[in-house]
Design a protein around this ligand. Structure first.
Ligand code: SF4
Ligand code: SF4
Length: 297
């Protein structure tokens, strides 16, 4: 580690302070309940070959970390974080065919906070003397339909979190972290020469994705849209269900609750909006709050 560089522990401590101390981390319409617990953090070298593989797995347009930073040489690191939803929020979303109000507002406001965290942690690193940028806040970030992969983007937080050793993909398409799948993910790219932690996972798939859910499969049975099969997640069916949730609930929620707006990027256009989700396939299941097969390779 070079002189003057913040340690990974100090950076993780700063992120924790930013999450737990943020005004946006409490829900005024739900007795000030916190949205997130403290974050999990992973760090990967920006030149790791996994990032080239993401051009196959996610989209040929997926950024390389060096491109994000605009640096042809020198150190490049990617810091990825997972923000676990607090227990009440998870419990509220365990049953039924529609996501709970508490989860829906927490997801929306937590998503807005997550973007702010990318900005605030990058600002902190810049004050320490390093370049830093959260790719989803960069001008070039986009979410789009890709002929080979359907719904896609040029910076997939799920795949980047896998690259940084934060977990493996489950049958439900979520990244199963040591704190489970009920998390929101974010990341930034920096030239701070942070120590890299080696990725433990030899396979990007959790055991349940490898065996088609034979040993569990609960998410497959829980999804009201039939979007999960033994081969994994059908992103299009899931998207259509989330659109239906949005049409059913957004007008009601935005009149009833304090919902934070945040930039949403789609097809090259950016506009402030609200994000509603579902997550019935990751609540009330074995991978909800922990990795059910932590030692399995
Ligand atoms: S519910 Fe079971 S099968 Fe589905 S992702 Fe979680 S552990 Fe895997
Ligand atoms: S988020 Fe909802 S619609 Fe999508 S796979 Fe999970 S349960 Fe199904």
């Amino acid at each position: 580690m070079e002189r003057g560089c913040p340690t990974a522990g100090r950076l993780a401590g700063e992120l924790r302070r930013l999450v737990l101390g943020a005004a946006e981390n409490s829900l005024p319409d739900f007795a000030g309940r916190p949205i997130f617990d403290g974050p999990l953090v992973g760090i990967v070298d920006g030149d790791d070959r996994v990032f080239r593989a993401l051009r196959e797995a996610v989209s040929p347009r997926h950024f390389l970390p060096r491109e994000v930073l605009g640096r042809p040489d020198g150190p490049v690191r990617v810091l990825s974080w997972a923000l676990p939803f607090s227990r009440d929020i998870i419990v509220s979303n365990r049953s039924g065919d529609w996501p709970s109000e508490l989860y829906s507002v927490a997801r929306n406001n937590g998503g807005a906070l997550n973007l702010e965290l990318g900005r605030r942690l990058s600002d902190w690193l810049r004050r320490e003397g390093f370049a830093a940028i959260s790719p989803v806040l960069s001008d070039g970030y986009d979410a789009f339909r890709c002929p080979e992969r359907g719904l896609s983007s040029n910076w997939s937080e799920r795949h980047v979190a896998y690259a940084a050793g934060l977990g493996r993909f489950g049958l439900n398409g979520c990244l199963i972290t040591p704190r489970g799948a009920m998390v929101r993910l974010g990341s930034l790219v920096t030239d701070a020469p942070l120590d890299v932690r080696p990725r433990r996972e030899a396979d990007h798939r959790a055991p349940c994705l490898r065996d088609g859910g034979a040993g569990c499969g609960l998410c497959l049975r829980k999804c009201p849209a039939g979007a999960i099969s033994s081969s994994g997640l059908d992103k299009e069916k899931c998207y259509l269900r989330r659109q239906a949730i949005r049409e059913r609930s957004l007008g009601d929620y935005s009149g009833k609750f304090r919902m934070l707006a945040a930039p949403i990027v789609k097809g090259g256009r950016k506009a402030d909006g609200f994000s509603l989700g579902c997550a019935l396939c990751s609540s009330g299941v074995p991978c909800e709050s922990a990795d059910p097969a932590p030692g399995a390779v």
